[in-house]
Design a protein around this ligand. Structure first.
Ligand code: AVI
Length: 321
């Protein structure tokens, strides 16, 4: 049995690696080079992101946490009693505990995450803190299409998608997710989504190019990962992290800029980088209350509540169908 499990695990790893290789080869072959941001989160990338959330310049996590604290009772009223919380991209689940602690008689918690270690740890911690809660983890990429097997009537299902991760999705991905959430949570379903708000561009750019260089390390780690996992020969010191504001997209973009004319080989293919050429690695879209309303409307939802922190940096929205 152990032997079978090991080979299934190996096959799964190979599949995931191929997907990574496919994305990297396609992204670096394009005229305008890009790499999908989801590959930023290997073990080191996830640890660096954790560090980012504690930086002075990265106000997002603090602002959202303050809303969850200050509005704990309003959130509980919005969700209602006897609810099941379905979390999309659960991660470490710290914010979840704040929500669950405020809810009246919560019945279930369904964390959905592709990172199995996070998922197992979070599920265990939450189950021991809230012993009466039925915890049912689902190991999936929340952008895939899948079903959520619910117990009972399905009353009181509430989706939870904090952290402004919505901002990292392009419009099609965001619509697909909102539609899928509608299907999972039902006609009476509700959702709580946190997104970063538009503001002074310097403040935005500082949050994505901190003085300690943690975000730069987070971005450059993508090349380190390609070197380790795909046998690449990127010289990290020949690239530089840059954060840019894209006014049309209303997004902060992370790029890696080539500091000289150079070639990089991986998976037996060679790629040419001109001096100053950039590789786009992530977009973080920023919303206004109005633009967020339009986004969710197109995905079959309506904004019923709009909460903000005291400095109006971050928005937490309560959605109904
Ligand atoms: C995970 N996500 C919401 C972060 C963001 O703000 O877009 C990722 C990040 N990238 C650079 N710093 C943080």
């Amino acid at each position: 049995m152990h032997h079978v499990n090991n080979s299934i695990e190996r096959a799964e790893n190979e599949l995931a690696e191929n997907e990574f290789a496919r994305d990297v080869l396609a992204g670096l072959s394009a005229d305008v080079k890009t790499l999908p941001s989801r590959w930023l989160y290997d073990e080191r990338g996830s640890a660096l992101f954790e560090e980012i959330t504690k930086l002075e310049e990265y106000y997002l996590t603090r602002a959202e946490t303050s809303i969850l604290r200050d509005r704990q009772m309003d959130i509980a009223d919005f969700v209602g009693s006897g609810a099941t919380l379905v979390e999309y991209g659960a991660g470490a689940g710290v914010k979840t505990e704040l929500v669950l602690a405020g809810l009246r008689d919560p019945r279930g918690y369904v964390p959905i995450d592709i990172a199995d270690t996070f998922l197992a740890e979070t599920s265990k911690r939450i189950a021991s803190r809230f012993p009466s809660l039925c915890v049912r983890p689902i190991e999936r990429n929340f952008l895939d299409v899948f079903e959520v097997p619910f117990d009972g009537s399905g009353a009181g299902r509430t989706g939870f998608f904090p952290g402004s991760t919505m901002g990292n999705l392009n419009t099609t991905e965001a619509q697909t997710l909102l539609t899928q959430m509608g299907r999972h949570l039902g006609d009476k379903g509700r959702a709580i989504i946190g997104v970063d708000l538009q503001k002074n561009v310097d403040k935005l750019l500082n949050a994505y190019d901190d003085s300690a260089g943690v975000t730069a390390a987070f971005n450059l780690n993508l090349f380190a990962r390609i070197n380790t996992e795909l046998g690449g020969d990127f010289r990290l010191e020949q690239f530089k992290h840059v954060a840019r504001w894209n006014e049309t997209e209303k997004a902060v973009e992370m790029h890696l800029v080539s500091l000289c004319d150079q070639r990089v080989t991986l998976c037996e293919q060679t790629f040419h980088f001109r001096a100053s050429e950039t590789i786009h690695t992530e977009s973080s879209r920023k919303y206004t209350v109005e633009s967020f309303k339009r986004l969710v409307h197109a995905g079959g939802w309506r904004v019923a509540e709009a909460w903000q922190d005291g400095d109006a940096l971050f928005g937490l929205f309560g959605l109904v169908r």
